[in-house]
Design a protein around this ligand. Structure first.
Ligand code: UTP
Length: 295
């Protein structure tokens, strides 16, 4: 019997330099994908996987994240008074549930590994999920739910992976694999941004993890790796010496919203997928493409 995955860590304290100036005063993960912030999709994904508690690791100037999931009384009163009940219902569906969210300040952006370590007291001694919110996933069932299902089968640690675009594996964290059964394979290693031609596979770590709590002890050593940052992958490689790791090639597509073109692709993809506005979005995009032929 595996212990259930009840908690998720969402590190959002990065500076978002690749999506400036948009991310200057709006935290990167509150940038819109179509009509709602990136975090709205990610929280829905976590809930669909059975997550009961979300631990956000925030940085300075990110109060807006906490506010987004809270009531906005003036706005709600105005919508109520004007009879705009649909918009009001949409707004209320975004609210956090009582006691569902915690916010921990990472006082310096020392790296993803350090951000995750900041959640140790709130996670305690149980396995947990890590969600990198800027990696937005379109998947059915939702990506983390696929990860939890794999965990319920094999236990240990799970990393969701996806094939990197042709010739781009060297830009990502890449996994090395042992024996494979369907979409699930035993992991034998992991390497951050391998030199072109040395990639152990074409599968990149796409931003959803299920980890055992022993990772905190390893992260607590505060060893720096690539880019002088405390890397989560370095601690995972160490944990691999004593615990099992599986890579799940999940069924879906990842959009890197921490990158300008990735964010644009996410906007288009999520707009097209909307049952209510997808057709209107398609017509608008096609009209724009006709009006702007390749130069
Ligand atoms: P990224 O490197 O993609 O985010 O980190 P970033 O630092 O915001 O990006 P750029 O390069 O400046 O544009 C992956 C995830 O880890 C979080 C980020 O917020 C992002 O969700 N992170 C990273 C932290 O929470 N703290 C850190 O110290 C570093």
């Amino acid at each position: 019997m595996t212990k259930p995955i009840r908690k998720a860590v969402l590190p959002v304290a990065g500076l978002g330099t690749r999506v400036l100036p948009g991310a200057k005063t709006t935290p990167k993960n509150l940038l819109n994908v179509f009509d709602r912030p990136i975090l709205s999709y990610v929280v829905a994904e976590a809930r669909a996987a059975g997550i009961e508690h979300l631990v956000f690791i925030t940085g300075r100037g990110q109060h807006a994240i906490e506010d987004y999931f809270d009531h906005h009384f003036e706005l709600e009163a105005q919508l109520e008074a004007k009879g705009k009940s649909e918009i009001l219902a949409d707004l209320k569906a975004e609210l956090g549930r009582p006691g569902e969210m915690s916010f921990v300040r990472q006082m310096q952006p020392l790296g993803l590994g350090h951000a995750v370590w900041c959640a140790r007291e709130l996670i305690g001694d149980e396995p947990f999920a890590v969600i990198l919110p800027d990696m937005l996933m379109q998947a059915n069932p939702p990506a983390l739910a696929q990860g939890v299902a794999a965990y319920e089968k094999v236990g240990g640690n799970i990393v969701l992976v996806e094939p990197a675009p042709e010739g781009e594996a060297h830009k990502y964290g890449i996994v090395a694999l042992g024996e494979r059964e369907g979409r699930l394979a035993r992991m034998t290693g992991m390497v951050e941004k391998p030199a072109p031609g040395t990639e152990p596979s074409n599968l990149f770590i796409s931003g959803r993890y299920i980890l055992q709590p022993e990772i905190f002890e390893l992260l607590g050593a505060h060893e720096t790796g690539a880019g002088g940052e405390i890397q989560l992958t370095d601690a995972m490689v160490k944990l691999m010496a004593t615990q099992s790791f599986h890579a799940l090639e999940y069924d879906g597509t990842t959009y890197d919203c921490g990158d300008k073109i990735g964010l644009l692709r996410a906007n288009v993809a999520f707009a097209l997928a909307r049952p209510d506005l997808g057709q209107a979005a398609r017509e608008a995009i096609e009209a724009l493409l006709r009006a702007n032929p390749p130069r």
